[in-house]
Design a protein around this ligand. Structure first.
Ligand code: SF4
Length: 338
């Protein structure tokens, strides 16, 4: 039978055909609209539904609690106000030095080249970030370059979200070449969820570009559940690993999605099969609209204790929280007071 939802297409076509209408998403997943649709439409007005068809194809039809669906379907609970849940939980506007630049940590420098993402994750800590005022244009390279030269301690540039892999290979190549021209920059890190939600993004051109860079390239993908890692995704990630790219994964601990050691063990094992190492397990950043994904400190500690007991150390991601103004991510296990 033809899968009318998703057939392998090039990634640009997939990006141009994202699902943005909650009604269409529920229809494809054969879910009755009565309970979910009105909340989804209301919440989508604040932070739009956006999901690739390839990702929807990994969801279970007829299951309103599918862990992949819960990450992307707008929910009326997002509209509730909760004390401590704010629009800029990591204080990033204060760390915003120049257009597109966040300098939070000593040797690392974060560049946001686009505000666009292939998927809108409902728990995203940047869901309220004012990207449009912050995107660097070509003429901004000079001040960025000068900033880097004035900070010789920076040796790593992180391309982050919005999602840098929504950009064309040509545009990426221009920015990578600029960074390569500075001797002090040794490492290029790319944070992206695109390889998980549109695996075809790892095309020959991108692989060639990353393989032939002077910089040591690290790709940090973002998967929260083993069901996100189907065979196509794992094969594409392996292509990059064979091209000498170090591929790591970061996850967010989310109520209803991956809040059990069993689910996280399966995720780590699946990542390892694909040659990817678990890197971080973030506790939820307290962003406005994401309260319903939050877990208590006790539950979090219990899950992590069970994870440690069930995996070899190299498959256990570091449990961390990012605290505004801190010089590094804060390890949490054993001292959880959040
Ligand atoms: S892909 Fe990353 S930056 Fe974009 S919405 Fe999801 S978590 Fe946020």
């Amino acid at each position: 039978m033809i899968n009318y939802l998703y057939q392998e297409q090039n990634w640009q076509t997939q990006l141009s055909q994202l699902i943005t209408d909650p009604h269409e998403l529920l229809d494809i997943l054969q879910l009755p609209p009565e309970q979910l649709l009105s909340g989804a439409i209301l919440a989508s007005a604040e932070f739009k539904l956006r999901v690739p068809r390839a990702f929807v194809a990994k969801m279970q039809k007829g299951n309103p609690l599918d862990p992949l669906l819960l990450q992307v379907l707008p929910h009326h609970l997002e509209l509730e106000e909760h004390t401590g849940f704010v629009t800029d939980p990591l204080g990033e506007e204060a760390a915003n030095q120049l257009a597109g630049v966040l300098h939070k940590y000593k040797s690392r420098f974060l560049l946001t080249l686009t505000g666009a993402c292939a998927v809108h994750c409902r728990y995203c800590f940047r869901r309220h970030f004012p990207y449009q005022e912050n995107l660097p244009k070509n003429e901004d390279w000079l001040p960025i370059k000068n900033y880097l030269l004035q900070h010789p301690e920076i040796n790593e540039v992180i391309l982050s979200g919005g999602d840098p892999l929504t950009l064309s290979n040509r545009k990426l190549a221009v920015w990578i070449e600029r960074l390569e021209s500075l001797e002090q920059i040794k490492i290029l890190r790319i944070h992206s969820r695109v390889p998980i939600v549109i695996p075809e993004r790892i095309d020959e051109e991108l692989t060639y570009l990353l393989k032939n860079s002077r910089l040591r390239v690290i790709l940090v993908v973002h998967a929260n559940h083993a069901a996100e890692l189907d065979d196509t995704t794992c094969t594409k990630l392996s292509t990059l690993i064979q091209a000498q790219v170090l591929v790591l994964n970061q996850s967010v601990l989310l109520k209803g999605v991956n809040d059990s050691a069993e689910v996280l063990v399966e995720l780590s094992q699946r990542l390892f099969e694909a040659g990817v190492l678990p890197y971080y397990l973030h506790v939820l950043d307290k962003v406005k609209g994401a309260h319903h994904f939050d877990l208590s400190a006790n539950v979090t500690n219990q899950i992590y204790t069970d994870l440690l007991a069930n995996l070899p150390g190299y498959l256990v991601p570091k449990l961390v929280r990012e605290i505004a103004g801190e010089k590094n991510k804060t390890p949490l296990y054993g001292a959880v007071t959040f």
